[in-house]
Structure formats: structure tokens, C-alpha cells
Design a protein around this ligand. Structure first.
Ligand code: HEC
Ligand code: HEC
Length: 213
């Protein structure tokens, strides 16, 4: 019982430590200018692109600014290894990281793209993982961290609803392989390493079909 209390306390303080919101000190106008080199992939409306079987470009529109800023910093630091993003991150200075993050966070969220052929069974399995998890396999439901409708929670837990299926799947594989090693307390590694290929396809297909706002 004592041990249980200690565990819930630790979980609660961790939650507060990583969800407390800050306002990022960036300028959206300057960010729009700096983002001119990003448009080729992330698109003028920030919607990105789903590339089936390839490397998808994430939607950035309406994603939390602190979160985007952290990702740019992590790519630069190498804890999120992206040969595609690295040259673009290298073009920007620290202030521009903040400016582009604020700019993209203020664009209206766009809807996700997915594989129209996903089956009803796959989608039902994906919904179960996202909303109820699978306690027999210690898979915590995505929504317990990513927010009630997977619309994001605070600065630390990004929105997944309406993100592209190809991108969600890519990132889960990136955690599995260690290519992405930037998650606080390895919260995502612990989830990703318990998911098999069917789980990854199902959950990414279901999440990408959910409303982004
Ligand atoms: C050649 C295509 C391309 C260009 C140009 C590009 N990106 Fe990206 N971006 C990507 C890809 C691919 C990823 C996913 C990287 C990965 O797999 O980790 C990504 C990821 C990101 C992320 C992380 C999003 C998240 O939800 O975690 C941010 C932020 C970002 N890009 C911002 C930018 C900015 C700002 C620029 C311009 C300075 C830019 N990108 C230019 C392809 C591109
Ligand atoms: C215990 C908390 C927790 C749970 C449960 C969780 N996540 Fe996450 N997730 C995180 C954190 C924290 C991050 C941000 C990591 C970082 O800072 O780069 C994240 C980021 C992600 C990202 C990257 C998004 C982006 O744009 O960069 C994806 C994809 C993702 N999670 C998918 C899932 C899926 C699918 C599930 C359910 C099967 C899930 N997560 C369950 C904590 C969690």
C-alpha cells in the first residue's frame, strides 16, 4: 500500500512537471518568413503530407508551440535523428526556432490522411488501443497521456488525432529502433516496444481518422 502511494505521487509530480504550460516567446510574423524553406514539405497551410510506404511529413498546424520548439531542438541535438530535417534545422537560429513554432501552432489544425483500404477490424483494434489500451500487454491507452480525444495535453503530449497515419507509424518504429530517443522518462519507448506491426498499423490508421479539433 505504501509503495502504491509513492508510485502515484511520483506519477502525479511527473505529470505536473511536464504538463505545466509556458508561453513561448516567439513572433509568428517572423516565423512565417523563416518558414519559407519549410513549405516544400510541410505545405503553406502546415498540413504536411502522408506518403504511404515512404517518409511522411507531419502536419504542424495547430500543434502546441513548446512541443514543436522541443522537437526542433532535439533534432539539432541529435536525440531525434532525422537526416531529412537536419539541414533545415541548421538554417535556423534559436530565436527562429521559437518564431516558427509559434507560427505553426497558430495555424488552424488540418485533417489527417490515411490508407482508405484499412479494414473495419483494423480500425476497431486501433480504437481499442487508443482509448482502452491492452492491460494484459501493459499497453497504456494513448488518450491517458495524449488527452481525452487524443487532441494533446499541455506542452509535453502532442495531438495525435488527425496526424497523418504514415507519420504516426514512422515515429513508433523510430522509437523501437532507437532512432528517436528524446521522450521524457522514455514514456513513448515503453509503449512503442510493446506494439507489434498490426498494432502500429491499426492505431495509426484509427488516430489519423479522428477530428483534429
Ligand atoms: C524535405 C522535407 C522537409 C522540409 C523542407 C522540412 N521538414 Fe520538418 N519534417 C520533415 C520530416 C520527414 C519530419 C519527420 C522527421 C522524423 O522522422 O523524425 C519533420 C518533422 C518536423 C517537426 C517535428 C513535428 C512533430 O510533430 O514532432 C517540426 C517541428 C518540423 N519538421 C519543422 C520544420 C521547419 C520549421 C522546417 C523549415 C525550417 C522544416 N520542418 C522543413 C520533413 C521536412
Ligand atoms: C505514458 C504517456 C504516453 C502514452 C500512454 C502514450 N504516449 Fe505518445 N507520447 C508521449 C510523450 C511524452 C510524447 C512526446 C515525446 C517527445 O517529447 O518527443 C509522445 C509523442 C508521441 C508521438 C510523436 C508525435 C509527434 O508529432 O512528434 C506519437 C506518434 C505517439 N506519441 C503515439 C502514441 C500512441 C499511438 C500511443 C498509444 C498506443 C501513445 N503515444 C501513448 C507520451 C505517451
Amino acid at each position: 500500500m505504501k509503495k502504491f502511494h509513492r508510485m502515484t505521487l511520483t506519477a502525479a509530480s511527473l505529470f505536473f512537471a511536464i504538463t505545466s504550460a509556458h508561453a513561448l516567446d516567439g513572433d509568428a510574423k517572423a516565423g512565417e518568413q523563416a518558414a519559407a524553406v519549410c513549405v516544400a514539405c510541410h505545405q503553406a497551410d502546415g498540413s504536411g503530407m502522408n506518403v504511404p510506404g515512404g517518409e511522411s511529413w507531419p502536419s504542424l498546424a495547430g500543434i502546441n508551440a513548446e512541443y514543436l520548439y522541443k522537437q526542433l531542438s532535439d533534432v539539432k541535438a541529435g536525440t531525434r535523428n532525422s537526416p531529412t530535417m537536419m539541414p533545415f534545422v541548421s538554417m535556423l537560429n534559436e530565436q527562429q526556432f521559437k518564431d516558427v513554432s509559434v507560427y505553426y501552432s497558430q495555424l488552424p489544425a488540418t485533417e489527417g490522411k490515411f490508407d482508405p483500404e484499412a479494414t473495419e477490424e483494423e480500425l476497431a483494434h486501433g480504437e481499442k488501443l487508443a482509448t482502452q489500451g491492452d492491460w494484459d500487454r501493459y499497453i497504456v491507452p494513448c488518450k491517458s497521456c495524449h488527452g481525452p480525444d487524443n487532441l494533446g495535453a499541455g506542452d509535453a503530449f502532442p495531438r495525435l488525432a488527425g496526424q497523418h497515419a504514415g507519420y504516426i507509424a514512422d515515429q513508433l518504429y523510430a522509437w523501437q529502433s532507437g532512432k528517436r530517443d528524446n521522450d521524457p522518462q522514455h514514456l513513448m519507448l515503453a509503449i512503442a516496444e510493446r506494439l507489434n506491426d498490426e498494432d502500429i498499423r491499426a492505431v495509426s490508421q484509427w488516430l489519423s481518422r479522428q477530428p483534429a479539433k
